[in-house]
Write a protein that binds this ligand. Sequence first.
Ligand SMILES: Nc1ncnc2c1ncn2[C@@H]1O[C@H](COP(=O)(O)OP(=O)(O)OP(=O)(O)O)[C@@H](O)[C@H]1O
Length: 277
Amino acid sequence: MLEATALTKRYGDVAALNGFTLSVAAGEIVGLVGHNGAGKSTFVEIVSGLIRPDGGRVTIGGKDPVRARATVGVSPQSIALYRSTTVHEHLRLFGGLAGLRRGALRREIDLLVSALQLEPFRDRPVGVLSGGQQRRAQAAVALIHRPRLLLMDEPTAGADPETRQALLDVVKERAGEGTAVIYTTHYLPELTELDATLAVARDGRIIARGTSAELLDGLPGEVRVTFEDEEEVRVPTTDPTAALVDLLSRADRPVAGVEVHHPTLDDLYRSLAVVRV
Ligand SMILES: Nc1ncnc2c1ncn2[C@@H]1O[C@H](COP(=O)(O)OP(=O)(O)OP(=O)(O)O)[C@@H](O)[C@H]1O
């Protein structure tokens, strides 16, 4: 669905993208992660057709991003809505611009207002809404025309747990219907919940790509054993089960408790700080 190859983009001395290559299949959710300044938003802006790369190639369903705009839904990092326009008016406007009419438009609006829990403020101007409410309105605008490619740049920033869940459920549902999703976040447990594959960005390119199981393999976990005399022993390991068996077989005192800390996405994320490519 999306093919991006060797994209480059410079801002003066800064190489925002430096050989950025990523492909996303229909129905796939790709979690795009990486430190601040890694190039994630620049990539999203290029795929949205908002800016042009200096080099490389990107196609969406075989088309240039500008030509493919009607099939793309974007929820940008900074809110891009009209402050004095209500949530409902936004959805009518953007749904109408995408070609939805009467019954179909009403149906899509009702579905999203309900799924994203927008009912209580659907007729309020966006400018008076809280940050989290504005994010949900932004997501609804991105989804109103059932895009084939959905770009969500930190869509849950500032959202409370309930609204975060509502948004994740909608994203999962759309992916289940065949929408390709690029989901940028610093909150990594969301990606496990979305069952997303991961693309790790660093210095303007993707340095790792795969399932979370593939990328986490080899990252250190930790085994913690507490003895009844309250002493705690911690062993860093890439094989927590073997380390635990080893530790327990050598224990010379009664054990009060064991804890196995398997490597998580957070460990992967932190490991970027020491990986040099
Ligand atoms: N319009 C611009 N003008 C100048 N520099 C820019 C511009 N847009 C991005 N950059 C620079 O390009 C680099 C990549 O920025 P980008 O916003 O793509 O990173 P990011 O991975 O999305 O970061 P974050 O996680 O903070 O959102 C940064 O060094 C940034 O300062």
